[in-house]
Design a protein around this ligand. Structure first.
Ligand code: FAD
Ligand code: SF4
Length: 565
């Protein structure tokens, strides 16, 4: 057996890839995982309680850091001066936007991917999501229902450690939870206001360890999560799946390995991948009996679209012509922000305890009747505020000098704001393809985005603004304003849908097990298989569906459908 031949190749080491390689290694398979960037090192790459004033550029970053980089845009939130210099984020591989498209593609190329810095909101999807087409007549049902996937949701939650409460709302199914994150003062005020207008305000499902869990320490509520947790108190591949896969000694992890295409045998089946060794600047091949793509939603489609051959002239496993189609996303934006006058001048409290998703308003629209509102389906809202690290409301206050400073302090506990999470519907005009005219610096044809917000999510956006007017009044808050436009598409990082799963090979790229219809030894373990977005986030479901796919694949190894090396 050659050194470069494995049982399984896994492309990507994020939430999906990390989970796949852990499960497959623990089952005794020899796995080669490829990751496009460097190894994440929490000691160097996370915040480690440094303050922005400890940093050379006060958190704004070296103004010359993107000099000569093909992709110059900084990535909000996740990319920061704390980890600058270690090249964790993708700025070498450019992408294209078709005319009229403004997609913001934020990529963490280090091991563990975006879940090093994620927001940890981890709700289950329910039948209201899986069977939405039956309810409102739009689009396609998912090929699984809640009863079928629920055991894997439990498995994923128990592994990741998700904190929440039992809430008895079928639209937002309950799971297996650690104790919830303690609420802040403002959560109680928001809840009272929300009750008055008939909107639920409940603990979110948050993958953050409120108690010690499976060898990982309990959270100490420093509020640094989106700069990386230096003790591993929330689920991330860096602290969970990657070390566990390595402990089996069955893993070969290749870093700085940018996969360009799936290699095919004479029958058009997967036999390995071709990648660019970014350090050596040369193309290399590795081989395996089974290939798993988990490069994050659109990058998985990019690799497949670039895997053209005489068997698959438009990209591997694309006999349906659906590869890259139906790109979905969450519309994000702030439908209302302001302050709570009753908290003016109150002592500061540590409200930045979890850095985001302590509580939320899970979807409450169109629950009784799928067409109660002007839009179909529904959205959720996260509320934030209180004594955060930075007084983001400073622009609302007038003046300067000592009075300005006093005002900043007086308003410190009072701020409150909303973030809408509104799913787009699948649309034939929202998709990715290969830009025929552009290649990246490694000679790989670039991915191109075609995407516009649709009427349905824009109606949700308008609806949420009116809800905020009502909520602010009900909780005795002053509304300072709203975002005029939603955030740029791509901002949420919850894109889905470009390799959708379904039973009909003519309409879907993979079957219900995330095994491509055309190439049975090619599997997908990321959100590209999800047929559409819901009002919930994607990562816990990525872990759950990956666990299910791996169980199915391991069964196929046992049955001899896949052979070992
Ligand atoms: C600030 C922030 C907040 C978020 N909040 C939430 C939240 O509250 N809830 C939620 O569910 N989700 C949230 N997300 C999104 C969440 O992080 C992603 O859904 C999840 O991490 C996706 O996992 P993935 O494995 O599919 O992709 P990624 O994490 O992107 O991992 C992909 C991996 O593939 C590798 N790779 C990519 N291309 C190639 C290639 N060509 N060759 C080799 N390797 C490649 C990358 O290096 C990376 O390691 C948030 C993300 C961020 C950054
Ligand atoms: S708040 Fe908790 S999970 Fe977040 S970085 Fe601090 S210790 Fe880690």
């Amino acid at each position: 057996m050659a050194d470069n031949t494995y049982d399984v190749i896994v492309v990507g080491t994020g939430a999906g890839g990390g989970t796949a390689m852990k499960m497959l290694c623990e089952a005794g398979l020899r796995v080669c995982a490829l990751n496009s960037g460097p190894r994440t090192d929490p000691d160097k790459d996370y915040r480690n309680h440094r303050q922005v004033y400890d940093l050379k550029y006060r958190g704004y970053g070296d103004p010359l850091r993107f000099k000569d980089k093909p992709h110059q845009e900084p990535y909000s939130v996740e990319e920061s001066e704390y980890s600058e210099g270690r090249d964790l984020f993708e700025h070498d591989v450019a992408y294209s936007n078709a005319p009229g498209t403004d997609w913001y593609w934020k990529r963490c190329k280090a091991t563990g991917g975006k879940a090093n810095f994620w927001g940890r909101s981890s709700a289950r999807f329910g039948d209201i999501d899986f069977k939405a087409a039956d309810l409102d007549g739009f689009g396609e049902n998912w090929p699984v229902d809640y009863a079928e996937i629920a055991p894997w949701f439990s498995k994923a939650e128990r592994y990741m450690g998700v904190a929440s409460t039992i809430q008895n709302r079928p639209s937002n199914p309950d799971g297996d939870y650690l104790p919830p994150i303690p609420w802040r003062c403002l959560d109680y005020i928001i809840k009272k206001g929300a009750e008055k207008i008939g909107v639920p305000y409940l603990p979110d499902r948050c993958a953050q360890l409120t108690v010690a869990h499976e060898g990982h320490p309990a959270c100490h509520y420093c509020g640094n999560c989106s700069r990386g947790c230096e003790v591993g108190s929330f689920f991330s591949p860096t602290w969970f799946t990657i070390p566990e896969a390595e402990a089996t000694k069955n893993l070969t992890l290749l870093t700085h390995a940018l996969v360009r295409s799936v290699l095919l045998d004479e029958n058009g089946q997967a036999k390995g991948v071709a990648y660019v060794d970014r350090n050596a600047k040369k193309e290399v091949e590795v081989y395996a009996k089974v290939v798993v793509l988990a490069a994050s939603c659109v990058e998985t489609a990019h690799i497949m679209l670039n895997s053209k051959s005489r068997h698959w002239p438009t990209g591997v496993a694309n006999s349906s012509g659906q590869l890259g189609r139906n790109l979905c996303e969450h519309l994000y934006g702030c439908p209302g922000y302001g302050y709570l006058p009753r908290l003016l001048g109150q002592p500061a409290t540590p409200d930045s305890i979890a850095d985001s998703t302590v509580a939320w308003m899970p979807r409450w629209q169109n629950l009784k009747n799928p067409r109660e509102e002007k839009f179909i389906r529904g959205y959720s809202v996260y509320m934030g505020g209180g004594c955060g690290e930075f007084p983001g409301y400073y622009g609302e206050l007038e003046g300067f000098g000592a009075k300005f400073k006093r005002d900043i302090k007086r308003y410190y506990p009072t701020s409150v704001g909303a973030l809408i999470q509104a799913p787009t519907l699948p649309s034939p005009t929202n998709y990715v393809d290969i830009d025929p005219d552009k290649q990246d610096i490694f000679g790989i044809p670039q991915l191109r985005f075609h995407f516009q917000w649709g009427e349905n999510e824009l109606l949700m956006w308008q609806h949420s603004k009116q809800v905020m007017v009502d909520l602010f009044k009900a909780m005795g808050a002053e509304l300072w304003g709203t975002d005029v436009e939603p955030n740029r598409p791509g901002t949420s990082l919850h894109e889905t849908g470009v390799c959708r799963f379904g039973n009909d090979p003519k309409k879907f790229v993979t079957n219900k097990w995330a095994q491509t219809h055309d190439v049975p030894n090619l599997y997908i373990c990321d959100a590209s298989i999800f047929p559409n977005c819901t009002d919930k986030t994607t990562t816990m479901p990525i872990v759950a569906f990956t666990m299910r796919t791996c169980d199915y694949m391991l069964d196929n190894f046992k049955k001899g459908v896949h052979s070992r090396t």
